[in-house]
Design a protein around this ligand. Structure first.
Ligand SMILES: [Mn+2]
Length: 332
């Protein structure tokens, strides 16, 4: 049985005592990051608080169905004005971010906010901020947001329930991954009782392709390469493919699940060329291999079954060779 950590007292105390909040999450936010941010924002507003929903970039078209996403702001000056108007009665909360470098280019500005609270479930979380609630036994940050709302005795509106459900269902691969606990399912059941329709969420998350995204998927899946008796699968997205298809990095969401789904595969790897130079590497494991450890060797992190990192100054083929060597050793 997993032992779940509950909300640290100082975190609930600060949240109840402060009236203005700046919420933030990691770069290229996924369903858990956005759902947690928008869900918590709505919960805090229900408690009469003011919330600044900060994102470095506008919400990707993949997640524009999330209620309240149009209220996210990307303007750091507007954030500074919000903080100034709060006259010291303000706290920052970072959600689902395992490393402050992933807060983006305004990281220094954001980390200057105090008190700075951190809520996260990443294994290998690199500690930052003033007060932290870290629990790698949790399926998702969304699950932690639900617990927080319970602790604060806050109402969960339909908008909050929808966002938190998206957070939990995306980070658990629709309740299929190892991180799905009895508690995860009970929370999901509560959210459904609050009016969330699982089939509606699934429709938005899975049947939401643009033609650009499907064309990109065609090209990326065609790069499939297998190694180590088909236990390691690699797929690659190059800048040229993005340009040819008119797609962007967000359009690759979920592609890695296809090589991962191969019966023989223990670890799937997705290499993505980055417009700014560099290659991002996503790792997904089934079974015993701990890909968070492999990612850590390259300065990254994540969970046992899902991790990643980015390398600058090397080409895709070079990166592939490095990752292949590391994974071949990690396979037992
Ligand atoms: Mn997460």
């Amino acid at each position: 049985m997993k032992t779940m950590k509950l909300v640290p007292e100082e975190i609930s105390k600060i949240i109840l005592g402060v009236d203005n909040f700046v919420l933030m999450t990691h770069l290229h936010p996924d369903g858990d990051a956005l759902g947690s941010l928008l869900g918590l924002a709505d919960i805090l507003e229900g408690l009469g608080k003011k919330v600044f929903r900060y994102l470095e970039e506008p919400v990707s078209h993949l997640f524009d169905f999330l209620p309240g996403c149009s209220r996210a702001e990307t303007d750091i000056i507007a954030l500074q004005n919000f903080v100034a108007a709060a006259q010291g009665n303000v706290a920052a909360i970072s959600l689902d971010c395992g490393d402050c470098d992933r807060l983006g280019q305004e990281k220094m500005e954001l980390l200057n906010l105090h008190p700075f609270l951190v809520i996260d479930h990443h294994r290998g979380h690199r500690e930052f901020g003033d007060f932290r609630w870290l629990d790698s036994e949790r399926s998702s940050t969304g699950e932690m947001i639900y617990e927080l709302a319970m602790e604060l005795e806050a109402d969960i509106s339909y908008v909050a329930a929808f966002n938190v459900y998206v957070a939990i269902s995306t980070d658990t691969g629709s309740f299929r991954y190892e991180c799905t606990s009895p508690r995860t399912l009970r929370i999901a059941a509560d959210l459904v009782e609050l009016g969330v329709h699982p089939e509606e969420v699934a429709g938005h998350v899975y049947d939401n392709f643009t033609l650009q995204r499907l064309r990109l998927m065609e090209q990326v899946l065609a790069t499939l390469e297998l190694f180590e008796s088909d236990q390691l699968a690699f797929i690659t997205a190059t800048n040229k493919m993005f340009d040819d298809c008119g797609a962007d990095a967000g359009d690759t969401e979920g592609f890695i699940n296809y090589p991962r789904a191969l019966r023989s595969v223990k670890v799937a790897v997705f290499l993505k060329e980055n417009k700014k130079g560099g290659v991002s590497v996503s790792l997904r494991a089934k079974g015993g291999c701990d890909v968070a450890e492999v990612a850590a060797v390259f300065g990254g992190g994540g969970h046992r079954n899902a991790a990643g990192f980015r390398l600058i100054g090397k080409g895709v083929k070079q990166v592939q060779k490095l990752v292949l060597d590391a994974l071949s050793k990690a396979l037992v």
